[in-house]
Design a binder for this molecule. Structure first.
Ligand code: SF4
Length: 382
């Protein structure tokens, strides 16, 4: 067990369900926030790992900015009570534009939150309405300004590409606006129309065109070129950063570091075990009120699984994966084992070899799943 640990707190409350959202989140349940925060703190105490040092904390959701500043303070105070917290800890909170004011943001900064992630999604009001968002583009711009005034020097913004109504020229203009916002970090996600979501159901009924993968790919390529020219580095498939603003918390996931996930539907990874919490809000609060951990699934990752995860997760990163390092760790010559796959993927232009590293090409970033398939555990015989 590593003494370094990251914490993720899931806040599953939202004012309204966005049309594309398949995350676990509850609407019209804000009256339970106080009990929920209490349950989070009990879970933190019960899952405490003595000796661990907290390097990153991420409060995500849902809509964490529905917590009061006092609730956030209670959670962070509890972390400091149960753990040693690194002096350079990264503490991220996700927020939605329009629901936070400058005073709230100032309080967050005073409590130690030093990274703000805003779900902007689009800078066009018609698109925001289509997506089911409750804020406008003007709200997003105002919130960015307020965050800077409140002292946030590490600001990340989320956007969605591949909307059915959008043409490449619209996206090019929107990229001007995105770059002008001057965020330190950007996450760009392709729209997916999942079954069970409002937009997914509308598409299934034929009321909405399906996402056009070729146009989504063109938007991604255009974004890559524009953001690179603006000084951002595409350090992970969906993430861009200015120098020194990589998400340290998300790097823990991609580098297979250990983390505890606290809250409804949160996932943990420690000692090669993956644990998922119940996705029932009442079940979660009730279990912790009676001193029981609300675990739903526990999976032990075996050696082929661990090797597969190490390769696939690292391939998401711009620097790719060192097959020498991972091969040494698992005592296997990965260059020989995967010679056929690497040769084929290289011929398709999806991966490239640089020294001891294997990494995705720009085309491979668009077709990552085609690459990852070749490294799944059933392909391995350790
Ligand atoms: S705010 Fe986020 S979590 Fe909540 S419904 Fe919208 S996309 Fe889902």
């Amino acid at each position: 067990m590593t003494p370094e640990l990251s914490l993720y707190f899931h806040i599953p409350f939202c004012r309204r369900k966005c049309g594309y959202c398949s995350f676990i989140s509850y609407t019209a349940r804000e009256g339970q926030i106080r009990d929920y925060v209490e349950a989070l703190i009990i879970e933190l105490r019960l899952t405490r790992r003595p000796g661990a040092v907290i390097r990153t904390i991420y409060i995500g959701g849902g809509t964490p900015s529905l917590l009061s500043a006092g609730d956030v303070e209670r959670i962070l105070d509890a972390v400091r009570q149960y753990y040693n917290v690194d002096s350079k800890v990264e503490i991220t909170l996700e927020a939605n534009p329009g629901v936070v004011d400058e005073e709230y943001l100032r309080k967050l900064r005073q409590e130690g939150v030093n990274r703000l992630s805003l779900g902007v999604q689009s800078l066009e009001d018609g698109e925001l309405t289509f997506l089911g968002r409750l804020h406008t583009a003007a709200d997003a711009r105002r919130t960015v300004d307020k965050a800077r005034e409140a002292g946030f020097t590490n600001l990340s913004l989320d956007f969605i590409y591949g909307l059915p109504s959008r043409c490449l020229t619209d996206w090019d203009s929107m990229l001007d606006g995105i770059i002008a916002l001057g965020a330190d970090h950007l996450s760009l996600y392709g729209l997916t129309l999942e079954p069970g979501t409002n937009l997914g159901e509308a598409a299934a009924r034929g009321e909405l065109p399906a996402v056009d993968p070729d146009r989504a790919a063109s938007e991604y390529e255009l974004a890559s070129a524009r953001l690179s020219a603006a000084g951002y580095r595409n350090y992970e498939i969906s993430n861009w950063t200015k120098v020194g603003f990589e998400s340290r918390h998300n790097l823990v996931y991609w580098q297979r570091g250990e983390y505890l996930g606290l809250g409804v539907a949160a996932h943990s990874f420690t000692d090669e075990r993956r644990i998922a919490n119940t996705d029932s809000l009442d079940g979660y609060i009730g279990a912790l009120a009676s001193g029981t951990l609300p675990k739903r699934e526990i999976e032990t990752v075996d050696e082929p699984g661990a090797l597969s995860e190490s390769i696939i997760l690292a391939l998401r990163l711009a620097e790719g994966v060192s097959l020498d390092d991972i091969g040494r760790q698992f005592k296997i010559d990965l260059w020989s084992r995967y010679a056929a796959e690497i040769g084929e993927l290289s011929a398709f232009g999806l991966v490239e070899v640089s020294g001891e590293r294997l990494r995705l090409t720009p085309k491979g970033r668009l077709l990552g799943n085609e690459v990852f398939l070749r490294f799944l555990p059933e392909k391995l015989m350790i």
